[in-house]
Every structure is written in C-alpha cells, then in structure tokens.
Design a binder for this molecule. Sequence first.
Ligand code: NAD
Ligand code: TDX
Length: 350
Amino acid sequence: MRIIVTGGAGFIGSAVCRLLIRKGNCKVLNLDKLTYAADLRSLNSISENPNYSFTKEDICNGPQIAKLFETFQPTAVIHLAAESHVDRSIDGPAEFMKTNIFGTFSLLEAARAYFYGLNAVERSQFRFVHVSTDEVFGTLGSTDLFKENTPYAPNSPYAASKASSDHLVRAWHHTYELPVIICNCTNNYGPFQFPEKLIPLMIINSLLGKKLPIYGTGQNVRDWLHVEDHALALFTILAKGVVGESYNIGSRNERSNLDVARRIFGLVQDRFPISGFSNFEEASEFIADRPGHDWRYAIDPSKLAKTLDWQPVYDFETGLMSTVNWYIENRDWWEPIVETKYPGNRLGTG
Ligand code: NAD
Ligand code: TDX
C-alpha cells in the first residue's frame, strides 16, 4: 500500500502514521501544512523509517496536491487535515471554511484527476477515507445514539464545516464514482493531543496547579475513544470497508465533562500533591458556557463492530490512566507548547 495521510502531524494523524508504519508493508506520505496544532515531534519514532516521508503542503493548494499524487502514486488517501477546535471555530470561523470545506474540495479534485488516470485494477483498489466527526449529527437528549443514518444537524461553525466536507465527499462518489468511505468518530483522547482540548487541558492544569475551567454546568456529555483505537478503526475501514458507505466509530464511553475533570484531578493527585488545591471542588471553576454548546454526543458503533469486526482495545479508565501518565512523563513535549504556542487564558486563571 502507498498511503497519503493528510494532517499527519496532528493528534490523530500522527497516531495513524505511527500505526501504518508499525504495521509494515506500507509507504506513507504525510502531507501537512503545519498549523499551530501540528507537531513533528509526535512522529519522532518513525521519522527515520524509509517507508515514511513528510511534505509541508496546504490541502487548499490544488496544483501542488495534484503533483504530489502524480509523484507518490498512492493506493489510498486518509484525509484528516482540518481545523479541529470548536472554540476556535466560534472565535474565527473563516479558516475552518477554507481548510475543512475548500481544502477537502481541492483534495477531492486532485484525487479524482489521479483516479481517472489509473487502470481498472488500480481503480478497484484505490480508496479515499474521509475522517469526520460525530458533531455533524448535532446534539442528543439524554437517550438515543447517533447512527449512520441519523440526519445531519451541525451546530457549531466547526461541525458545519465538517458536515459540508462529508457532503462533498459523498457527492464525489455519487457523481464521479470516486471510491470514498466516510468515518464519523466520537471525541478522541490520548498522547500528543494539543493542550486546548478538554482532557490534556485538565491534565496539564492539574500538573501546573492551575484552575480547571468547566464550561456551563459541566453536565454536557461526550463519548470518549482512545486515539489508538480510532487509528485501528481507520485501518480496518481502509482494508475492509464498503465503498460509498459511512461508519460511526466509538466505544460507548459516555462521561459528563465534570466527571472526566474530577477523575483526571484524582489520577494526578494519586501521583503528586497538587499545589494550591486540596480537592477537586477547590481546583475546578465553572466558567461561561460555550455558545451553542452541544449537550450530548453518543455513537452507536455496532455497524463497524458487526460488519468489519472492529473492537476497541482500551477501556476508558485504563486509557485515561495511561494518558495521564504519558503527560506526566512527557513534560518536554507539552511544556514548550504551553510556554510559547498556547499560553492562552483558556488554560485557566489559577
Ligand atoms: P489536529 O488539530 O490535532 O490536527 C490537524 C492537522 O491538520 C494538523 O497537523 C494541521 O497542521 C493539519 N492541517 C490543518 N489545516 C491544514 C491544511 N490546510 N493543509 C494541510 N494540513 C492542514 O486535529 P485532530 O484532533 O488530530 O483531528 C484530525 C481529524 O479528525 C480532523 O479532520 C477532525 O475533524 C477529525 N476528528 C477529530 C476528533 C477529535 O476528538 N480530535 C474526533 C472526530 C474526528
Ligand atoms: O476548558 C474546557 N472546559 C470544558 O468544559 C474545554 C476545552 C472544554 N470543555 C468542554 C466542552 C465540551 O463539552 O469539554 C467538552 C470537550 O471539549 P473539547 O475538548 O473542545 O472537544 P469537543 O468540542 O467535544 O470536540 C472534540 O470532539 C469532536 C474535537 O475537538 C473535535 O475535533 C471532534 O470532532
């Protein structure tokens, strides 16, 4: 296999690159613009591997992307490049529209031109795997689950831009017969996640003795999946998924934000006394809610489990513990980010 991974220097993309190289028998071209969210250090373990290569490129740059397809001759694309943070999309949606919508369009066009140049056998093997989110389905009440046929109802600018990209991918299959598969995954956590997201933020703030900012009441629910389980699901879908279909990815791990933050504080406290705070109630602070904050996400992953035989490896407690330990043991990864790239006041006021 020869696979172009877009956004391979990001949190999930780097896990996908590491997995593909570990599996062997596969050449990977990581195509990434290197935005604030990228970190090539996440790829240190594979950067010297002869099967791995990196190119700094913007998916919006159609002519350059087309050239890369011609020179690399991929058998598949796994498309992860995106602006990914909901709060940033609320503060400034333009970049989300550009990368997530126009960038996906530009990538699809390059893939289509390249695909039309392949012979019949090569065409039958080619895949375009589009990595998307459960946020395209909107929000749930206290019951029910997102299924593959749940109607789209995106609420944030980020979710709307991802929903748009899903529709483009679907249309390029319907109209041009590009062999696409769409994946909609729940919230990911694990090593190398940028500290703006809930779980790394709560771990890092606990380690630094800073307040833990909880939006609104903290009762909003997210459905958590370890990033390595997501990478494995994408690999499974690439290998066995049915062209033109979509797959929901998740592991039935619903938690309220307050419960997640409290558990993280407890796990850090088990290892070190946390300076300034003797308990979670002192450490946490309820702050203004996110505008339009979705109440609950929860994925029904049964199609993926039943038809492609995928099962997650991590249960949430084990995954969370190993993630907390990873941030404790890899301060040299996140400290420079917190000091330079993300000193933002969302890291808390403590
Ligand atoms: P991330 O923000 O950590 O990484 C995104 C990567 O894309 C970065 O390396 C960045 O440099 C790159 N990128 C951004 N714009 C680009 C452009 N114009 N051209 C080329 N590269 C560009 O994101 P993530 O959390 O790893 O998410 C990856 C994908 O998975 C996204 O498509 C996201 O929507 C989706 N997703 C994320 C989650 C989650 O919980 N993080 C859940 C479901 C789906
Ligand atoms: O400081 C915080 N306090 C807080 O209460 C932060 C950063 C978040 N939250 C809440 C908001 C959400 O309900 O925690 C929840 C998770 O927030 P994020 O980590 O920002 O994730 P979310 O908005 O759910 O989106 C994530 O999952 C779906 C990813 O960022 C998306 O890329 C993915 O598509």
